[in-house]
Write a protein that binds this ligand. Structure first.
Ligand code: AMP
Length: 279
């Protein structure tokens, strides 16, 4: 695995690879890697000739500065994991490499309702930050295929929109959610849970399963109330439980021809977890 800190060196290497006819897969991450990240790398390796991974904790997507400061950094563990997974190139930029003119007064993107629904509503500015960093990463890597996790379902929709805005031909793959044995979706933030909070955290999966099982029979408001009850009894402070159209994320009253999805965001202590399930 070759590691680059400078975008110019990365670009030169990738240009050579492209000229040699190799297709490029890209897996952007913020590090603190787990099997969810590794699954994206495995899919990229099966689908492309060369897999590029990035680790960059992007300051502009944290609407809460404390969340940014506490974001886990485990590079000494991440690098061997990436080598073992067979990543060809790791891009490890500093903030100044990504934002040479600073992180203030950056460009903004028209994301439509995605900006005000669910994560957009509860984390104002978050998706602007996601677009700012993704635009810079995409301009440096120019991947043929991009691999992201559907755990961050709304983020996948935002990045799909960004690709359209940028007019890029890159194919985006929204890959399956990898879970722990007890159903908890793998997440870098799980590292910040105490053992008690970690045990409580399985309530998210139970709440999603309750919605999935009851979806065809139960009225949606009751399903949502029951899910909130499950979460609150496990000590969660709920941002939202939503049953939504899988294409628009607008709330729906029942099964929808374009598909339905249940989405949850909730705090266990000061750790905010998100998860979702296609219904
Ligand atoms: P992050 O490092 O949290 O920014 O995540 C980097 C990528 O990994 C994103 O595309 C996430 O959606 C994806 N990801 C995070 N957790 C999981 C998971 N449990 N299963 C699959 N993909 C995941």
């Amino acid at each position: 695995m070759i590691m680059y800190k400078r975008a110019a060196d990365l670009a030169m290497h990738l240009e050579k690879q492209r000229k040699a006819g190799r297709s490029i897969g890209f897996v952007p991450t913020m590090g603190a890697l787990h099997e969810g990240h590794i699954s994206l790398i495995a899919i990229s390796k099966r689908s492309t000739d060369l897999t590029v991974c990035s680790i960059f904790v992007n300051p502009t997507q944290f609407n809460d500065p404390k969340d940014f400061q506490k974001y886990p950094i485990t590079l000494e563990k991440d690098i061997p994991m990436l080598e073992k997974a067979g990543v060809d190139v790791l891009f490890l930029p500093e903030v100044a490499e990504m934002y040479p003119h600073g992180t203030r007064g950056l460009e903004t993107y028209d994301l439509g309702p995605l900006e005000t629904l669910l994560e957009g509503k509860f984390r104002p500015g978050h998706f602007q930050g996601v677009c700012q960093v993704m635009r810079r990463l995409l301009e440096k890597v120019h991947p043929d295929q991009l691999f992201m996790g559907s755990k961050d379902y709304q983020q996948c929709m935002v990045v799909r929109r960004l690709l359209t805005i940028m007019g890029l031909p890159t194919t985006l793959h929204c890959c399956p959610i990898i879970r722990e044995a007890d159903g908890l979706a793998m997440s870098s933030r799980n590292l910040r849970l105490t053992p008690e909070q970690r045990a409580n955290a399985t309530a998210i999966y139970r709440a999603l399963m309750q919605i999935k099982t009851g979806f065809t029979s139960g009225p949606v408001p009751t399903l949502i109330e029951n899910a909130i009850r499950i979460l609150e009894s496990a000590g969660f402070r709920v941002d939202y439980v939503s049953i939504a159209d899988a294409n628009t994320l607008e709330p729906i009253p029942g099964p929808s021809p374009s598909g339905a999805i249940a989405l949850i965001a909730a705090f266990q202590g000061d750790v905010r977890l998100i998860d979702n399930m296609i219904l």
